[in-house]
Design a protein around this ligand. Structure first.
Ligand code: AMP
Ligand code: MG
Length: 349
């Protein structure tokens, strides 16, 4: 299969590309499209055989459910059995945007989408291309991130092409994703709304509105030997080809330890990458240094994480030494992804 890439600079003037994508969706095909979080690989959420094609193209385990994307608030009503009152408040405040909510599903949602669960994850993205594409398709779009399963999520069309070239018919190229990390997944069926995956809508933002929010115990820890609420979190994830090690401690100690380790690895003939911050970048002596951003701008750092991991792959780095980031606000999502990329290998400085 030849994979076509269509660039969209303006939703109105490039509408023929979006109509082509919508036609593919109605024909039961898959299409990669930009959202503000990461690129998604979409199919008609009401058509089980179209949804199977997503799992096939990604090599995704079939027990990992998908998020259903909608373009209008009212689309949610027929997809769920009940809407807790707090959900309406959250939709008003955060939709369209990077918040996915989990509800009890209606009979319209096939088991292929939810991996057999009785619940469904729903989100309204805010990227104009995503909204127009969903609207023109005329159906809800089931979509996980548009990467090969286990690899880093794509934040640019070229990342999607690298992973899925020849496996899908079309990629809509809407430029670089603004948030750069997947949506926050919030379980609205729990007694107290629970964050199963942290993202751009932070614990602090949700708490301000809901009063009480929980964070799933597996957010910064490996999930072992206990039931998993969000199946996606149990897989090794977001991994670049290089091995990733996270170093934790006070800033100066962290830098000293990373410098010492970098020197050791370089001596052993390894190509070293350092995932640094604006505050520390000038103190590194060895290796390829990439800067996520300033520690005072966590959202910017979040938006650069997947991009940086893919950059290290392009540079042919063997090992990435990454600084621990404090876990408040967007820092929680950064460390959730970074720890999974590192398979939870953390060294105290
Ligand atoms: P992706 O879109 O690739 O980022 O993956 C979707 C994420 O949403 C995965 O981590 C899933 O486990 C999670 N998810 C989707 N549907 C559900 C659901 N019904 N219950 C819990 N987690 C879900
Ligand atoms: Mg994913």
């Amino acid at each position: 299969m030849k994979t076509k890439v269509l660039k969209i600079s303006d939703v109105e003037s490039d509408c023929s590309a979006i109509l082509e994508a919508a036609r593919l969706i109605r024909d039961g095909e898959v299409v990669a499209f930009p959202t503000e979080t990461v690129y998604g690989l979409g199919a008609n959420a009401l058509d089980a055989s179209a949804v199977h094609k997503i799992f096939e193209a990604k090599g995704r385990p079939s027990d990992n459910p998908l998020i259903v994307h909608i373009s209008k608030r009212r689309d949610v009503d027929r997809l769920v059995r009940e809407l807790p009152p707090a959900a309406s408040t959250l939709m008003e405040r955060f939709w369209p945007g990077p918040l996915t909510m989990i509800f009890r599903k209606s009979h319209l949602i096939p088991d292929a989408v939810t991996a057999g669960l009785d619940t469904v994850a729903i989100r309204m993205p805010r990227h104009p291309v995503a909204l127009k594409f969903i609207e023109c398709s005329g159906v809800p779009i089931a979509a996980p991130s548009a990467n090969r399963s286990g690899h880093t999520s794509p934040t640019m069309a070229q990342h999607v092409l690298y992973d899925l070239d020849g496996r899908i018919p079309l990629i809509l190229d809407g430029g670089r994703c603004e948030v750069g990390l997947e949506s926050t997944v919030l379980d609205m069926t729990a007694e107290v709304p629970t964050i199963l995956r942290p993202g751009g809508i932070t614990y602090e933002m949700l708490k301000e509105i809901l009063g009480e929010v929980r964070v799933d115990a597996g957010t910064l820890k490996p999930i072992e030997g206990r039931p998993v609420k969000s199946p996606g979190m149990k897989y090794t994830h977001y991994a670049p080809h290089a091995q990733v090690l996270v170093v934790r401690g006070e800033l100066d100690k962290m830098v000293a330890r990373i410098n010492a380790m970098a020197e050791e690895y370089a001596k052993g003939g390894m190509k070293v990458g350092i995932l640094a911050t604006q505050e520390t970048k000038d103190y590194y002596k060895e290796g390829k240094v990439l800067v996520l951003g300033s520690r005072t701008q966590l959202a910017v750092m979040a938006s650069n994480l997947f991009w940086a991991l893919r950059q290290f792959d392009d540079m042919g780095v063997d090992i990435v030494l990454a600084e621990w980031i404090e876990t408040r606000n967007e820092g929680l999502a950064i460390m959730n992804r970074m720890l999974r990329a590192a398979a939870f290998r953390v060294i105290d400085a």
